[in-house]
Design a protein around this ligand. Sequence first.
Ligand code: NAP
Ligand code: ZN
Length: 373
Amino acid sequence: MTNTTLTTTATRAATDATDIADAAAPATIAVYAAPAPKAPLERGTVPRRPLGANDILIDIKFAGICHSDIHQVGEDWGQGIFPMVPGHEIAGVVAEVGPGVTRWSVGDRVGVGCFVDSCRECDNCRAGLQQYCTSEGGPVFTYNAVGRDGTPTYGGYAKQLVIDADYALRIPDALPLDVAAPLLCAGITLYSPLTHWGAGPGKRVAIVGLGGLGHLGVKIARAKGAEVTVLSQSLRKREDGLKLGAHDYRATSDPATFTELAGRFDLIVNTVSADLDLSGYLGLLRLDGTLVQVGAPEKPVTVNAHALLTGRRSLSGSMIGGLPETQEMLDFCAEHGIGAEIELIPADRINEAYARVLASDVRYRFVIDTATI
Ligand code: NAP
Ligand code: ZN
């Protein structure tokens, strides 16, 4: 492991006359970053933006490793910005507040998810659906993006983060910060479609893939009162799946799964990170059922048109959730005692964790103890 300094040449334009120039504050943040596409992550530093009037400084305590981090370091979705500090499942404590901030105090427990800003003016932002911001460039993602001040954003594999106070979420006291971190992406990514498509009593829901997203989907769908089935590649994790709350657990490698469960589900949420032929899965939906794609593979998913039209079935997609719904999800999880099942790791095991996620060997979310950075 090298100990590189990953400074960038980017400088932050002064966007706000009320920005405080805090000369005493450290100008950099200790991070784990990928210096180049597909490169192993290594210890380094990145610039810390000055605390603006409506900003808060967060001492990050825990950061989840999402499969999206691996997609982006690998440039699966297109060109990345390097050095890249991944991490959009962030849990920490407010360490400093700008003079214009009224909502937060030092010591508050906060979370940050996949975006840190948006236009606030488009219909979707006004509706609290900031993840679907329609302004040019859309929402500002937590990392691998350029902020509205023109500088790169850096994510949660870090000791600290400065963000706009409006884009932080409150982590209820009942949720330990380490198991809460993955809720900020994995949790909301399942909560939102489960809510939108009405998972609840009398509804049969299938979750495809029992990884970081999938295992939280099982817990949340069960807590909402739905009948839950896991569709996993094998029966290897069956016992876990049933303990997490699934009523049934089937292997997609067994062709009998697709005949026995044909026409059964109201809703299927596909969390798989690889490209799948969805036709067989669509056949598991009843009339008017919906398959929601949340997995974001590099290659296109394929669909046989007959699988859609023979049951007036719908194929849809869903991306994380807006700020109000993310807060609702955190409160729901606190009320129902839902946190992620995690393997807490020091930062020098991030690369090993990436390899294990890629091998579907994760039970069920790696979370970095950022004190080790
Ligand atoms: P993960 O922990 O790696 O889980 C993915 C699961 O998919 C694996 O555990 C495995 O489950 C299954 N799987 C993996 N490869 C497979 C293959 N070749 N064939 C069939 N099943 C396979 O990943 P994650 O963090 O949950 O993320 C899952 C996907 O969602 C990623 O593509 C990520 O980028 C995306 N994502 C989307 C959003 C959104 O807003 N839509 C948000 C976050 C993440 P089994 O072992 O049970 O089969
Ligand atoms: Zn994520």
